[in-house]
Design a protein around this ligand. Structure first.
Ligand code: 13P
Length: 259
């Protein structure tokens, strides 16, 4: 089954509401609506920007999705500072990044936390929010050579207790930590090796059919110059873009490379 590519922008902790609306409008202006027949596009701004950005695309009748960068697994309650799945659903999110390496590194997120978030997102599919599950090794693990096993462990932990039907809605993003924000992109071969291994792990967990339908993205210093070769790899079904997603023209060029 051919997988529809997904190009998702992770804006990280950038853009105030005013700036976010301008950026979303610029992206909207640069995009041709019929591209979305062949590529899914989403942006993941900070929580405070979600509704304003959603409204820009809604007003323009452009089917660009909006995603959160994180979520908490309980639906409500005394969890000061957290945001729940029903809250981001009401805003209109169709994606949610889970387990980004910055959350693991700076906020102590564990594989178990990631699994709870994935399960919370996949448990109610009435108005689906697809998790974009981030995995990837540090430079030390890469140099030591055990990166395939490391990423395999992260994937297995993230999907513990998830059944094949639910897993089909998930997206996995391979983001080697050494390539994030460093300008040091993985080569297409390096990225393909791990994305292919991720799909093999998904096949072991969920069977070949489900594994063939789950999108695996690459992320880490992806830009308009290197996107085409990365996206040409058989197991790379799109990109999760950080820095380059903050410039409308660069982001839209990456979208075009996925067509
Ligand atoms: P950069 O594209 O800035 O390297 O960030 C990648 C990333 O972390 C996306 O989630």
């Amino acid at each position: 089954m051919a997988r529809k590519p997904l190009i998702a922008g992770n804006w990280k902790m950038n853009e105030t509401i005013g700036e976010a609306v301008v950026l979303a409008q610029e992206i909207s202006n640069e995009m041709e609506p019929d591209w979305l027949d062949d590529v899914d596009v989403a942006v993941c701004p900070p929580f405070t920007d979600l509704k304003p950005v959603y409204t820009v695309f809604e007003f323009d009748k452009l089917g660009v999705g909006v995603g959160a960068q994180n979520v908490y697994w309980e639906p409500s309650g005394a969890y000061t500072g957290e945001i729940s799945v029903p809250m981001i659903r009401e805003i209109g999110c169709s994606y949610c990044i889970v387990g980004h390496s910055e959350r693991r590194q700076y906020f102590g997120e564990t594989n178990e936390d990631v699994n709870k978030k994935v399960c919370a997102l996949l448990s109610d599919r009435t108005q689906p929010i697809d998790p974009i599950v981030c995995v990837g090794e540090s430079l030390a693990v890469r140099e030591e050579g055990s990166y395939i096993g490391f990423v395999d462990d992260q994937v297995r932990a993230a999907f513990a207790g998830v059944d094949a039907e639910a897993a089909k809605s998930a997206v996995v993003a391979y983001e080697p930590v050494w390539a994030i924000g460093t300008g040091r992109t993985a080569t297409p071969e390096q990225a393909q090796e791990v994305c292919g291994a991720i799909r093999e792990t998904l096949a072991v967990l969920f069977g070949q059919v489900a594994a063939a339908s789950i999108r695996v993205l690459y992320g880490g210093s992806m830009n308009e110059g290197n996107a085409e070769l990365l996206l040409a790899q058989p197991d790379i079904d799109g990109g999760l873009i950080g820095g380059a997603s903050l410039k409308a023209r660069s982001f839209v060029q990456i979208v075009k490379a996925a067509l």
